[in-house]
Design a binder for this molecule. Structure first.
Ligand SMILES: CC(C)(COP(=O)(O)OP(=O)(O)OC[C@H]1O[C@@H](n2cnc3c(N)ncnc32)[C@H](O)[C@@H]1OP(=O)(O)O)[C@@H](O)C(=O)NCCC(=O)NCCS
Length: 213
C-alpha cells in the first residue's frame, strides 16, 4: 500500500457524464497561512457541528491547532479542500486511519451551496477512487450518526452498506460534548443516536463505477 503523502495531488471531481465539476486539494502546511481558508473550515464545522461525534465551539485557533498538530503530522490522515470548477472552496472531506488494506472516510462536509446536483456524491466517489487506486486499500469504512439522514442517504447512493450500529455514550466537555461508541448494539428509541458503521470494498466500487460509465 502506498502512503497517504505519496498521493498528494489535485483530484478532479467528475460527474457521471464526465463533466469536471470541481477538485479536491490536499491541505498542506502552506494552507495554514491562508486565513480565509481557515475561517471557512471553522465556520463550516460550526454550522455542521451536530453531524459529528465531538460537538464543540470551533475557533480559528482550534482549527489551526487541529490542522497543525493532529491532521498534518499524522501519516495516516489526509484532509482535502473541496473546490468548485472556479476553485471556490465548497467544503472538506478526508481519510483517516489509513493502514494496510483499509481507510476511513471522515470530515465529510459541504459548507456552501452545491454547484451541481449530487455534487457531494461525486466528491465522495473521487475520494474513493483515490483510496482504491492510488493508496491501494481494499476497503473504505465510515462512521455516521444514525439520525444523520442526509449523510446516510449520500453514502448509500455511492454504494456504502451498513455493517452495524453501536450504542454511544455521552461525555460533557467545557464547550460541548463527546460521543464515544460503547461496543454494544444500538436500538432505535434509546435517546442518544447510534453510531452506524458503513463500508464499501474495492470490487463493489469498481463494479458500480464501471456500470455507470
Ligand atoms: C453529508 C453531506 C456532505 C451530503 O451532502 P449533500 O449535498 O446533501 O449530498 P448529495 O450530493 O448526495 O446531494 C443530496 C441531495 O441534494 C440535492 N442537491 C444538492 N445540490 C443540488 C443542486 N445544486 N441542485 C439540485 N439538487 C441538489 C441532490 O439532488 C440530493 O437530493 P435528494 O437527497 O433529495 O435526492 C451534507 O449533508 C453535509 O455537509 N452535512 C453536514 C455535515 C455532516 O453531517 N457530515 C457527515 C458526517 S458523517
Amino acid at each position: 500500500m502506498k502512503s497517504a503523502s505519496s498521493g498528494l495531488k489535485i483530484i478532479d471531481v467528475v460527474s457521471d457524464t464526465g463533466q469536471v465539476l470541481g477538485s479536491l486539494q490536499a491541505i498542506t502546511a502552506d494552507d495554514l497561512k491562508d486565513d480565509f481558508l481557515l475561517n471557512r473550515l471553522c465556520e463550516w464545522r460550526r454550522s455542521a457541528k451536530h453531524g459529528f461525534l465531538t460537538v464543540f465551539e470551533p475557533s480559528a485557533e482550534s482549527t489551526l491547532y487541529y490542522l497543525e498538530n493532529i491532521s498534518l503530522p499524522d501519516p495516516g490522515r489526509i484532509l482535502f479542500i473541496v473546490r468548485d470548477a472556479s476553485s471556490r472552496p465548497i467544503g472538506n472531506i478526508g481519510l483517516c486511519n489509513i493502514a494496510a488494506g483499509e481507510a476511513e472516510l471522515d470530515n465529510v462536509l459541504r459548507g456552501e451551496p452545491a454547484p451541481a446536483p449530487l455534487f457531494m456524491k461525486y466528491v465522495i466517489e473521487a475520494v474513493l477512487k483515490f483510496a482504491f487506486e492510488d493508496l491501494g486499500v481494499q476497503k473504505v469504512v465510515l462512521n455516521v450518526l444514525s439520525g444523520n439522514d442526509s449523510a446516510i442517504k449520500s453514502y448509500l447512493r455511492v454504494g456504502f452498506e451498513v455493517v452495524r450500529t453501536q450504542k454511544l455514550l455521552r461525555t460533557d466537555t467545557d464547550d460541548g460534548f463527546k460521543l464515544t461508541p460503547s461496543g454494544e448494539p444500538w436500538k432505535d428509541g434509546e435517546g442518544l443516536p447510534g453510531l452506524v458503521l458503513m463500508q464499501i470494498d474495492d470490487a463493489s466500487f469498481r463494479q458500480r463505477t464501471h456500470a455507470a460509465a
